[in-house]
Design a protein around this ligand. Sequence first.
Ligand code: 3HC
Length: 295
Amino acid sequence: MDLEEINTVAVLGAGNMGHGIAEVAALAGYDVCLRDIKEEFVQNGYEQIEWSLGKLADREQISEADADEALDRITPLVDVGAAVGDADVVIEAVPEKMDIKKDVYGEVEEHAPDRTIFATNTSSLSITELSEVTDRPEQFCGMHFFNPPVRMQLVEVISGAHSSDETLDAIGGLAEDFGKTPVRVHKDSPGFIVNRVLVPLMNEAAWMVYEEEATVAEVDSTASYDMGLPMGLFELTDQVGLDVGLHVQEYMHETLGEAYKPCPMTEEKVEAGELGKKSGKGVYDYEDGEGVEIP
Ligand code: 3HC
């Protein structure tokens, strides 16, 4: 499929990444169906998009008219058939669990037209394995955005073992049309490039605090002031979501070995529902808006 033939994009999953990707696609002029399994999830994603577009307009990064038009292009849906039935591209951003993603592809396959390209926003899982549950593995590749999608420039376009050049070109072109910079990742390895490097950094920071070798404040001030990162590693952990980070760490641990063992501090926080900014508490406490260090 050529880029000119792509008009309608279905985004599956209305969480942090899904609603951000839907916003990016709508801002670029595409008609977007945003789908999640429950009305409240889709509604919440839609409200986050409204907030984000309002924020971009307040900061004069887009006009009020651009914000209104982008919102009008987004249709929130629960019915998967309605969401993907006329999609040229499906971008899947459901939770980072192999079984969940495979179930979703089984369902989507039934309703998507033959022409539709499937692009997964997986952070780490095997593109090849996911593609093999569909009957179109050559029309399948990775399209990995970064949080928050509306602000982050990079998109990894990852080739699975069966992805065709035509598919990779179409998805790379789509990322460019979204105003992003695609980087082609030719090898489908756990965590691809960015998460293979970044997630161990975040995990190592958690181990240092867990083993009382450093405090959260020490690590974060070092990261943002001395290493030149745009935010502290724990601020980033909270922004990405501890659950999302843990899923990636678990997969990397399982596939790459002991060096990638997740820190128990992360596991305990996820178990307690302390998932980061989105739940109001993670490494920092966001009850009063700004993140405050937990004593
Ligand atoms: N939509 C609209 N506005 C947003 C927003 C969004 N989604 N997110 C933040 N903003 C707003 C803030 O509310 C704030 O507004 P305010 O000043 O009125 O309160 C404003 O943007 C802040 O923007 P600035 O440009 O002033 O701030 P920064 O220079 O700090 O930029 C940032 C923000 C771009 C998020 C920057 O901190 C950054 O690059 N952080 C690193 C993010 C990163 O590395 N992401 C990748 C994570 S890894 C990942 O996602 C992979 C996954 O697979 C795990």
